[in-house]
Ligand binder design. Structure first.
Ligand code: MN
Length: 289
């Protein structure tokens, strides 16, 4: 029997998590771990400076469930690396989030980060979000999640890869299909709201209204067309194709001023630095990151 771990960033009491748990329990054994309160937009934060405490909860459909006073990434770490789970999951599913996680917004998303954390530890994962803040449509999104989960179990993704899934907030008869698409660029207008409190002090609120973006072949475009968007994600942000070009520019520019010990010959004429003495590169290792 397949083993699933569910997590989210909306908290242990969120409707999306409960509906997902109920649906996924038809596919196998489900464990749930989630923050004790909403943690939306906390990104990939982990708690290093305080203890984490958890409580066991009962959730219909779950073999076991825990709430944690931490972030979504904390939850996944605790469940797997902290060995709360009595067995290894075949698939980790984060969601169903109330609200979309599209385009560049994945960088802020606690939902997506919980899935990324699972992938970092070495387990297959996917994040599921419903593009409707009212929450109407969790049942449909759970159905989509279950279908894709079953496919993922049979056709595993490559290592270090996860799926980001967004389901449009429409009725099932309005759903126009599934698009596997790249991330778009999420843009907002009126991002910062400046307000004045009752005592006359100025404060700010990060808000913003999404600017409709019609760039083709993106997840944003898929949702505009009432399609489910599926985006394979990797967390290696390296722009690998320009490493040689950047290296050339950096090597030439930096050895002129930074007191590094020159490795070997090539740029020897730049070896002299403005601080007078060369620093041994070995001195740079072993420090704190
Ligand atoms: Mn959320």
């Amino acid at each position: 029997m397949a083993v699933f771990l569910l997590a989210n960033d909306d908290g242990i009491h969120s409707e999306g998590l409960h509906i997902l748990c109920n649906r996924i329990s038809q596919l196998g054994k489900v464990y749930v771990i989630a923050p004790d309160r909403e943690q939306s937009a906390c990104g990939h934060a982990i708690s290093l400076h305080r203890p984490l405490r958890m409580l066991e909860r009962k959730i219909p459909g779950a073999a076991q469930a825990w709430e944690v006073d931490g972030t979504p990434a904390d939850c996944v770490k605790l469940a797997i690396e902290g060995a709360l789970l009595p067995e290894q999951p075949d698939l980790v599913i984060s969601g169903i989030n109330r609200g979309s996680n599209l385009g560049t917004d994945v960088l802020y998303s606690g939902t997506v980060s919980a899935a990324i954390e699972a992938t970092l530890i070495g387990f297959p994962a996917m994040a599921v979000s419903l593009c409707d803040l009212s929450g109407d449509g969790f049942e449909l999104a759970a159905e989509v999640a279950a279908e894709i989960a079953a496919v993922m179990l049979k056709n595993p993704l490559p290592q270090n890869t996860l799926l980001n899934i967004n389901v449009p907030g429409v009725r099932s008869e309005e759903l126009a299909g599934i698009a596997v698409a790249r991330l778009g660029r999420r843009q907002y207008s009126k991002v910062i709201e400046r307000r004045v409190d009752p005592r006359g002090k100025v404060y700010y609120w990060i808000a913003g209204e999404p600017v409709m973006n019609s760039e083709k072949d993106t997840d944003l475009d898929a949702i505009l067309q009432n399609k489910v968007s599926v985006t394979p994600l990797q967390f290696d942000l390296t722009r690998a194709d320009i490493i040689p070009a950047v290296s050339k520019v950096i090597d030439e520019a930096c050895f002129a001023t930074v007191p590094f010990k020159q490795p070997t010959g090539a740029s020897a004429k730049n070896a002299q630095n403005t601080y007078g003495s060369a620093l041994n590169v070995d001195d740079l290792s072993g420090g704190t990151p």
